[in-house]
Design a protein around this ligand. Structure first.
Ligand SMILES: [Zn+2]
Length: 318
């Protein structure tokens, strides 16, 4: 049963908005583009692994995607967590292409692709670290449940290698397509029923309550000023910014598209880049609109929750 569904991460969405609203000649553009591609690849890897998890029996497994729990002063995020009446299993997903070599002498992972060798943080150490943090999370809440982990390589064509004495990698690194067999193995290993179904449901609820969504401030991360962001309504057809307001609709002077609702995605962009609320004035500045009344009417039609009244009214991100 899916307790926490897999969603497109906020940072992927925010960077997508940012790339649409930054000049391609901006000095940070290629860095942001590379980060975006990396985050998106990670998400796609998680999605590929989630596909297999859909086949697990609903009543036996509670699934959490991207659960982020507190750990001391910081947090740790698990790509997937499986909870049962007998154990909890962490899945760390890695979406790499090429050949991966797990090197236990230096706890690193070497990727060989396109005749290039690159070193990465060892995903096994990373998964173990998450396991450690989950253990102490359980311990501090008097939850006694054994934990285990796997590193799941989501791309089926990735070749995984290690030296024959690296038993840890041989046991813990698996391909997506063998995930269900490995889960069945773990399921056989942990025999003792520690919770009844009602208790594990309650534990699931507690975990979900403890989840803290990651905040992602794209402007702060790349040290961008508000003035560097392109404002205006984007044409849904040719993507050009800005459209102009003409005869109660939005008009693109490039491809001559007319669209009554083109401001909707501009407001979404605003929320993703500038925060969780927008005022009438901020809206007018952002979509290049003069009339306060028109702005009010358009904002009202979005049916957003509001706070405050008159000029101080804020329209909130749903
Ligand atoms: Zn257009």
């Amino acid at each position: 049963m899916q307790i926490k569904k897999l969603m497109i991460p906020a940072k992927v969405v925010a960077l997508e908005c940012l790339l649409r609203r930054l000049h391609e000649s901006h000095p940070k553009y290629s860095e942001i583009e590379a980060d975006y591609a990396r985050f998106l690849k990670g998400y796609r890897g998680e999605k590929a692994v989630a596909y297999y998890l859909n086949f697990l029996p609903d009543k036996k497994f509670y699934l959490f995607h991207s659960l982020r729990l507190p750990s001391g002063k910081s947090h740790f995020q698990m790509d997937h967590l499986l909870l049962t009446t007998r154990f909890a299993l962490i899945l760390e997903c890695k979406n790499f292409f090429g050949t991966l070599f797990f090197d236990d002498s230096f706890n690193q992972m070497i990727r060989i692709a396109n005749e290039k060798e690159e070193g990465f943080q060892d995903p096994i150490s990373q998964a173990k670290w998450h396991q450690q943090q989950l253990k102490s999370f359980f311990h501090s809440r008097n939850i006694s449940l054994p934990t285990d982990y796997f590193v799941v390589i989501s791309n089926p064509s990735t070749i995984v290698k290690t030296n024959p004495q690296n038993r840890q990698a041989l046991k813990k690194v698996i391909h997506g397509h063998s995930l269900l067999d490995k889960i069945a193995e773990a399921d056989r290993m942990f025999q003792t029923e520690l919770f009844d179904p009602k208790e594990v449901r309650n534990l699931g609820k507690r975990l979900l309550k403890s989840h803290v969504e990651e905040e992602f401030d794209a402007l702060e991360k790349y040290r961008l000023r508000k003035s560097e962001i392109l404002t205006g309504v984007r044409c849904p057809q040719c993507e050009r910014i800005p459209m102009i307001r003409k005869n109660r609709t939005w008009f693109c002077s490039e491809c001559r598209t007319k669209d009554k609702n083109a401001h909707v995605s501009a407001v979404e962009d605003y929320f993703h880049l500038f925060g969780a609320s927008i005022t009438n004035k901020q809206f007018r500045d952002f979509v290049h609109l003069e009339s306060e009344d028109t702005a009010k009417r358009l904002l009202k039609s979005l049916n957003l929750p509001t706070k405050g009244a008159n000029k101080g009214r804020k329209y909130l991100k749903p």
